[in-house]
Design a protein around this ligand. Sequence first.
Ligand SMILES: [Zn+2]
Length: 287
Amino acid sequence: MKIITDERCTSYCHPGHPERPERVRDAVAHLKRQKELPVTWVAAKSADDAAVKRAHSPRHIARLEEPIDFDADTPHFNGIGEYARCSTGAAIQAAQLARAGEMSFSLMRPPGHHATRDQAMGFCYLNSIAIATLDALASGVKRVAVFDFDVHHGNGTEAILVNHHGTAFFSIHQHPCYPGTGAANVGHNCFNFPVAPGTPHREYRAVFSKALDGLKKFKPDLIAVSAGFDAYARDPLAQETLEAEDFHWLGEELRALGTPVFSILEGGYSEDLPGLIFAYLQGLEGK
Ligand SMILES: [Zn+2]
């Protein structure tokens, strides 16, 4: 398993905000401590302008430098543009590693799947998964499927990729929940799988299976995973029921598709996040 990270991504924070540096810091410590899963650590590089501009407007890129909060959930931080570029660069590296036959995971913050072309929101500033997807297409991959299992709908990814040739988006998320979108399919390539709050985890797995069946039919050459761990039973930001074993199962299911796959961290706000990531990575590696 190649894990891309950079300790700079733990150097900004807003007191009391759930998207906090410990999410990544504790996960790195956990993965360095364990001996079962061999890990090669890769340093993250910043995404360049050309890559970022495939998904975002020049106005949005300039806005990241203006020291004004984006909304109540999404504060401005000094240097947030560079932190977001670093997280996005790690997603691109993860995609490149997957294409070279490696299993890869980007363990970075900020997350990205709520960021639209013109708007930072929901703790997200640049849409890393969309940028990595468009970068893969630009470098010759024909078909990229995005699989988003964060408990929140990936509204930004959907808005950027809708009807974009060569892409398909599959999101499984609690509904109703933030940001309120994702109740129905959109365009010809965005498939939404809303799940009611408190859905038992076996039923939640059945919805994952349905989404994966749809993904298989798309016949992707590359699978980009928005890996959020906030559908966990004890996550403070949602009301779902998944356990570590469910994330392990999901990793196994993605591995079984036999298609190059890379994953990037999106949400996940419980103190158990390191163990949930570890379970998922173990499943991806068939352990
Ligand atoms: Zn989330």
